[in-house]
Design a protein around this ligand. Structure first.
Ligand SMILES: NC(=O)c1ccc[n+]([C@@H]2O[C@H](COP(=O)([O-])OP(=O)(O)OC[C@H]3O[C@@H](n4cnc5c(N)ncnc54)[C@H](OP(=O)(O)O)[C@@H]3O)[C@@H](O)[C@H]2O)c1
Length: 303
């Protein structure tokens, strides 16, 4: 399943870096560094910073072709350059703002056009609880619900044919221990809003989705899992909330890498760090899961 030991000559790397830097603009940019035959391909959403960046860097150093994603093209292309310069793996940067479902669709279409395999999809992009202010996406949906959950739902559904073709494959949903029940009478939180509530319901939505995926993919060699990586890692999200970091990005990256690499993982499992955990009761409620699924399909137009 995994490729390692792919080393590019320096002059090739330099040329590719040049192309990478000068084409990674606009909605989605890409370098000419295609994955080598047999090379593992892994997409890490939200890998221009924080946890995703460190996970992408580790995967690259293990020889993977990493699809780097985020909004910040400069940080994205810098990470691609770092991965390529390290000499083991390769990478490309794609820009897409998850507050626009149109951009998510464009991103998904581009990945389907550019790649013939996707071994692991890591849905990591996220926007935290701060500022404590209700914001809406370009589609008019509550922002955390869309960026943290709905965009990943749409992207996963779009990329499913590729993921199925790449068995054994995995889907890792980076959720959180911060979980609040979704109020299906007010999913967009127009009443009693708080940034913490919006963040926590979006993180629980990811887990409901993971449980559904495990059922839908039963019998296939595609493993969907979710996790709380670590508590208050030292990242932009935590700093913006004014919270004193309690753990390191390394700790969270270790937990994500465990779900990418461990052979001892079962479909649908929810992890707290590297231990199996129990998600909020609502994740185990079939009625709630059906309601979320129907709403997500309606809002994104995918089945
Ligand atoms: N930090 C913690 O302690 C902690 C704890 C539990 C779970 N988590 C989860 O871990 C994941 C990573 O969090 P982090 O702490 O590493 O946060 P972070 O440092 O703020 O990084 C967030 C990433 O998501 C991307 N992103 C944010 N908004 C986006 C948008 N509208 N469209 C596309 N990409 C967007 C950012 O890229 P751009 O800036 O380039 O757009 C960045 O790459 C999140 O899902 C979070 O919920 C974090």
């Amino acid at each position: 399943m995994y490729f390692s030991g792919f080393v590019m000559p320096r002059f090739v790397v330099t040329g590719f870096l040049f192309i990478t830097f000068f084409t990674s603009q606009g909605l989605m940019g890409q370098s000419e560094i295609a994955p080598a035959p047999g090379q593992e391909v892994i997409l890490v959403t939200g890998s221009t910073g924080g946890l995703g960046r460190e996970v992408a860097r580790r995967l690259g150093s293990q020889g993977a072709h990493v699809i780097v994603h985020g909004r910040n093209a400069q940080r994205g292309t810098e990470l691609v350059a770092e991965i390529v310069a390290e000499g083991s793996g390769s990478a490309r940067f794609y820009r897409a703002d998850f507050s626009s479902l149109q951009e998510v669709r464009g991103f998904g279409d581009k990945i389907l056009a550019d790649y013939s395999r996707l071994d692991v999809l890591i849905n990591n992009a996220g926007f935290g609880s701060a500022p404590n202010q209700r914001m809406v996406s370009q589609d008019g949906h509550e922002l955390r619900f869309q960026v943290n959950y709905l965009a990943g739902f749409l992207l996963t559904k779009m990329l499913m044919p590729l993921i199925m073709d790449s068995q054994p494959s995995r889907i890792v949903n980076v959720s959180s221990a911060a979980q609040t029940a979704i109020d299906f009478d007010d999913v967009m939180i127009e009443q009693n809003f708080s940034g913490g509530r919006a963040y926590a319901q979006s993180k629980l939505a990811q887990i409901l989705f993971t449980f559904d995926l495990a059922e839908e993919l039963e019998g296939l060699d595609v493993i969907p899992v979710s996790l709380h990586p670590a508590t208050y890692m030292d990242t932009e999200m935590v700093r913006r909330a004014g919270v004193q970091p309690r753990t390191t990005v390394d700790e969270g990256a270790h937990a994500v890498m465990n779900l990418v690499r461990s052979e001892d993982i079962k479909p649908g499992q929810y992890f707290r760090g590297i231990e199996v955990g129990r998600a909020h009761d609502q994740a185990h409620d079939r009625i709630a899961r059906n309601l979320l699924k129907a709403l997500s399909e309606e809002l994104t137009g995918v089945r």
